[in-house]
Design a protein around this ligand. Structure first.
Ligand SMILES: *[C@@H]1O[C@H](CO)[C@@H](O)[C@H](O)[C@H]1NC(C)=O
Ligand SMILES: *[C@@H]1O[C@H](CO)[C@@H](O)[C@H](O)[C@H]1NC(C)=O
Ligand SMILES: *[C@@H]1O[C@H](CO)[C@@H](O)[C@H](O)[C@H]1NC(C)=O
Ligand SMILES: *[C@@H]1O[C@H](CO)[C@@H](O)[C@H](O)[C@H]1NC(C)=O
Ligand SMILES: *[C@@H]1O[C@H](CO)[C@@H](O)[C@H](O)[C@H]1NC(C)=O
Ligand SMILES: *[C@@H]1O[C@H](CO)[C@@H](O)[C@H](O)[C@H]1NC(C)=O
Ligand SMILES: *[C@@H]1O[C@H](CO)[C@@H](O)[C@H](O)[C@H]1NC(C)=O
Length: 500
């Protein structure tokens, strides 16, 4: 099977200065080089994207609730091809978010391993924009299974987050993974606002289909560009609850990791990280600091800035910028027999296994996916979304809103990611101007330092995950599970080696 894949779970077009992100994609791939060219020209001309403050859309698409009776049982997955035996139920299917356009989002749902009736409901979103929560979240990061190198069989992830919650993975917006629209011009109309509106309509209809989850404690988590999706969906939920004067969705908290939060600090933090980790020269970093204007209104960058950004991109070309110490994928070929796999050693070729697995017609059938026979392949990151209409320059005001409304906020960061590194996140949190409540300290798991944490007044927790790249649970599964458990329980990360 030929593998056609170029986008990583990455920041798309408009974060134009994050050039290295794209150039560091699958090496030698012509398409990614073409993309890099595109970003370069965009950098020169300004992206022309609406970066104004995010606002929820009232009754998006009529916020219509369609009858869902009987659909839950239809969505039940007997078993995924090649999976080992498990004791929890799985579901997969489509929820229509716009009847007129024929737009439907695909979800995969793994019930909690234990105590599903008393466990919270957790929605996971990947970013991109354009990347699939089924590919990354479910199959490479925190889901109950990982895919073997044969692209056919699965093995269990004993650090799956469904040990802590009922976990819902959503492919969003339309054009990502199996999610689609019959009005294909929709693929070019995606943006932050449309994504939040569709995700909201998805959620109210999904809860109608799974009514036992309606009053349950609900949490949203995600990484990377989901630093936009998660707060924007949370904002839409609060907004609709307020308008209706009742709790339509019982949102309790959000948790975002290596998240795009504030364009200016995210960008500055990235180059500071690359320089402090000996990946780019101090001269390049100094030029970037001096000549690049990362403020949201900047339209055209001076040549000095572009040249320095190019130099940084060249310097990081040969490494995986999502985990600066990871090895590269040497061969994208599947193996006839599964390679020996360990949950503790992330296989850098995993995206290729996911591509092979999800493009198998019998896998799609088992998942109830691709029922309309789409004309494009399933991709870990979308090929059909090439335009992004709006991208707020910051989500800081939304985070403030949550803190004022008793919505728990945790921000975590894998500390060896070079795309949205820990420096970016620290600078972005500074923008919130919150007093410190619990001083910076190491947190522990299994007698070792899992990372560092600091809690702010208003109840915002910042936590790093030691030795994790951009996709934290891929690289540090045990630390990732500990993190989500403490977040959901609302308990501080342990400050001694004893109670871990
Ligand atoms: C499933 O449950 C049975 C009975 O409780 C138990 O013996 C078995 O180990 C469980 N299997 C898995 C894969 O957890
Ligand atoms: C899209 O079109 C196909 C073919 O007409 C139809 O079966 C399907 O239900 C439509 N999708 C939605 C979400 O309406
Ligand atoms: C909202 O609901 C509360 C309690 O049910 C009620 O006291 C209040 O008047 C309502 N507000 C509006 C604007 O309907
Ligand atoms: C950016 O432009 C908007 C609208 O044109 C303006 O309100 C805002 O103050 C500007 N921001 C900065 C940082 O210049
Ligand atoms: C991968 O597969 C291709 C086509 O079958 C083959 O030519 C190539 O040698 C293989 N590469 C490796 C590293 O096995
Ligand atoms: C859907 O199915 C068609 C026909 O089997 C296939 O060509 C296409 O790649 C599939 N697309 C997706 C997104 O699964
Ligand atoms: C550790 O945390 C607990 C509460 O979780 C607190 O009571 C204790 O003072 C902390 N210890 C240190 C050394 O900070």
């Amino acid at each position: 099977m030929t593998v056609k894949m170029q986008n990583k779970p990455c920041l798309l077009l408009f974060l134009v200065l994050l050039l290295s992100c794209f150039i560091a994609q699958i090496l030698g791939n012509k398409q990614s080089q073409a993309l890099a060219q595109l970003y370069k020209s965009k950098l020169k001309e300004g992206a022309g994207i609406d970066t104004s403050q995010f606002e929820a859309i009232l009754h998006a698409n009529g916020a219509k609730i369609h009858p869902q009776e009987g659909l839950k049982e239809k969505d039940r997955i007997d078993s995924l091809p090649g999976q080992p035996h498990v004791n929890f139920s799985q579901y997969g299917g489509y929820v229509t978010v716009d009847k007129e356009a024929g737009r439907a989002l695909f979800y995969y749902f793994a019930e909690a391993e234990k105590a599903k009736d008393s466990s919270p409901l957790l929605l996971w979103l990947n970013g991109g924009p354009g990347c699939s929560s089924l590919a990354y979240g479910a199959m490479l990061e925190l889901g109950p299974f990982r895919i073997h190198s044969d692209g056919k069989t699965l093995y269990q992830n004993k650090f799956s987050w469904n040990y802590a919650a009922n976990v819902l993975f959503l492919e969003s917006p339309a054009g990502v993974g199996f999610s689609y629209s019959n009005k294909t011009s929709d693929y070019d109309a995606n943006g932050d606002r449309r994504t939040a509106a569709d995700n909201y309509v998805f959620l109210v209809n999904w809860l109608e289909r799974f009514p036992e989850h309606k009053d349950r404690e609900f949490y949203i988590s995600g990484e990377s560009y989901a630093g936009h999706y998660v707060p924007q969906l949370a904002h839409a939920i609060l907004y609709h609850n307020k308008r209706a004067n009742k709790t339509i969705i019982n949102l309790k908290g959000i948790m975002i990791g290596n998240a795009v939060i504030n364009y200016e600090t995210d960008s500055r933090g990235m180059y500071d990280y690359l320089a402090s980790h000996a990946l780019i020269s101090d001269q390049t970093a100094n030029k970037i600091n001096k000549y690049c204007d990362f403020s949201p209104n900047a339209t055209k960058q001076p040549k000095e800035c572009i040249d320095a950004a190019d130099a940084a991109a060249k310097d990081t070309y040969y490494i995986d910028i999502y985990n600066i110490y990871a090895s590269s994928c040497v061969s994208s070929n599947l193996t006839a027999k599964p390679k020996k796999a360990s949950i503790f050693e992330f296989d850098p070729c995993s995206e290729y296994y996911a591509y092979a697995y999800f493009n198998r017609p019998y896998v799609q059938q088992a998942l109830h996916a691709n029922v309309t026979k789409l004309t494009h392949d399933w991709e870990p990151c979308s090929d059909v979304i090439t335009n992004w209409a709006d991208s707020a320059s910051t989500v800081v005001p939304l985070l403030k809103e949550f803190l004022a409304n008793d919505v728990r906020v945790w921000i975590f960061s894998g500390d060896i990611d070079g795309v949205v590194p820990v420096t970016s996140t620290k600078y972005s949190i500074e923008k919130l101007n919150l007093p410190v409540k619990t001083e910076w300290h190491a947190w522990f798991i299994g007698g070792e330092v899992g990372g560092y944490t600091q809690v702010y007044e208003g109840e915002l927790t910042f936590a790093t995950v030691r030795g994790a790249g951009h996709q934290v649970p891929s690289y540090q599964p045990a630390r990732g599970l500990s993190l989500i458990k403490h977040f959901l329980d609302g308990t501080p990360l342990p400050n001694t080696t004893r109670h871990t």
